[in-house]
Design a protein around this ligand. Structure first.
Ligand code: DCP
Ligand code: MG
Length: 411
């Protein structure tokens, strides 16, 4: 969307993200001051629940200081894999509304919904539906800001945190911005704020009205840029980040493993994770990679491509298992130190990428990979995956496992 005035931008930022995920998984933490971060002597606070923020605890604070400020809080260390899973769920919801999603971190993104307005009934309706779906489908709360550009949308989502929802209309931008302190402008911080204060410029409204030549004495060449922001103008586009080129999982065993059943169980677990991540992002992959490091630190990576892309656990597992079995054939009696699997050739749009019947018919039957590829993603497999994802979604990773993975000795 090239005309900035016609753009519709939504900024979503999850509330106390890591802490909220911890409360979701352990409801006994709800309503309590909760601090997530490094628990060692040099630990730093990653985030704090809003109940802990009342005591002055915030992100990036030394944990020792947080303990002094709020000794009664519950303290937990971060579980990044889990936050990644919840983030993928949230981003999956965003992509139901627009392909133009620019992720800024695990819990924050800009969405350009200019092209989706008709389909979903307008800007506000989309924002409300996103917020509602995040709440019902992930059990987490988000703050949502709507405006015609990124700068205003981000300030709008911050303005009513937590659980906020604010639209800043184009003709309401000045009234919204004018009373804010200048430090709310990106790029005005500890060094520039005192210089502005010396000029009597404390608020965004004052910065907007002051003569540009005066402003230049404090801000130099950037004076005009900041006055544009102060007027609520920002022409930057929402630019979707390039999709990950690969997704993978690997594990180094506590003790080297020779047992085939145990290796396959670990492989199945890894495929489940990788496939679920693809599905959460509505992506598919064309190539499966298996990595094996033996007890002598020899590392082998083997890959095979399919005639069409897939995100089915069963399809990806079949291919990964074939690769692992081929390695075992060549390395008989060699214990495995590290096992990993991953996918590459990731395609964004699952619907477009899904193998069609005609593709299946056209798939060559030469070679093992293509024979496997021929049976890509039957209706049944997609159904099983959907049920699997739903159960995992409701009960977490412990809620469901393929029988195969239960054979792992590690567990
Ligand atoms: N984070 C971190 N270290 C920081 C800041 C953040 O590890 N210095 C992590 C923990 C947060 C997550 O990133 O949960 C998202 O950061 P936010 O700034 O969005 O903070 P929260 O989501 O925790 O709270 P808010 O409700 O203010 O958005
Ligand atoms: Mg946040």
């Amino acid at each position: 969307m090239s005309d900035p005035e016609l753009r519709a931008v939504i900024h979503v930022d999850m509330d106390a993200f890591y802490a909220s995920v911890e409360c979701l998984d352990d409801p006994s933490l709800r309503g309590l001051p909760l601090i997530v971060g490094g628990l060692g002597p040099r630990g730093v606070v990653a985030t704090a629940s809003y109940e802990a923020r009342v005591y002055g605890v915030h992100s990036a604070m030394p944990m020792a200081q947080a303990r002094r400020l709020c000794p009664q809080a519950r303290f937990v260390k971060p579980r990044m894999t889990r936050y990644g899973e919840k983030s993928a769920e949230v981003f999956g919801i965003f992509r139901d509304f627009t392909p133009l999603v620019e992720g800024l971190s695990l819990d924050e993104a800009f969405l350009d919904v200019s092209g989706s307005l008709r389909l979903f009934g307008g800007h506000v309706a989309i924002g409300q539906r996103i917020k509602q779906r995040i709440a019902t489908e992930t059990g987490l709360s988000a703050s949502v800001g709507l405006a015609h550009n990124k700068f205003l949308a981000k300030l709008a989502s911050e303005a009513q945190k937590p659980d906020g929802f604010l639209q800043v209309p184009a003709d309401g931008a000045r009234a919204f911005l004018d009373p804010m302190p200048v430090t709310r402008l990106w790029g005005i911080g500890k060094r520039t704020a005192p210089r502005l204060r010396a000029l009597g410029v404390l608020t965004i409204g004052q910065l907007r009205r002051v003569d540009v030549s005066v402003l230049q004495t404090a801000l130099g060449k950037r004076a005009e840029h900041f006055q544009r922001l102060a007027r609520g103008e920002d022409s930057r586009e929402v630019t979707p980040a390039r999709a990950d080129k690969s997704i993978s999982h690997e594990v180094t065993f506590d003790a080297n493993v020779l047992d085939r059943t145990e290796l396959l169980a670990e492989l199945q677990r890894q495929v489940e994770k990788v496939a679920a991540r693809l599905r959460a992002r509505e992506q598919m992959a064309t190539t499966v990679v298996v990595k094996v490091r033996d007890a002598c630190f020899q590392t082998v990576t083997r890959s095979r491509s399919m005639p069409a892309c897939s995100n089915s656990t069963r399809t990806l597992y079949r291919l990964a298992r074939a690769l692992l079995e081929a390695w075992r054939e060549d390395h008989q009696g060699t214990p495995v130190r590290l096992l990993g699997m991953g996918v590459t050739g990731i395609e964004g749009n699952a619907a477009k990428c899904r193998v069609s019947d005609s593709m299946r018919e056209n798939a060559s039957t030469n070679g093992a990979s293509e024979r496997i590829g021929e049976q890509l993603d039957s209706q049944d497999e997609r159904g099983i995956d959907r049920v699997f994802d739903r159960i995992k979604h409701r009960f977490g990773s412990a809620g469901i496992a393929h029988a195969q993975t239960l054979r792992r000795k590690k567990d």
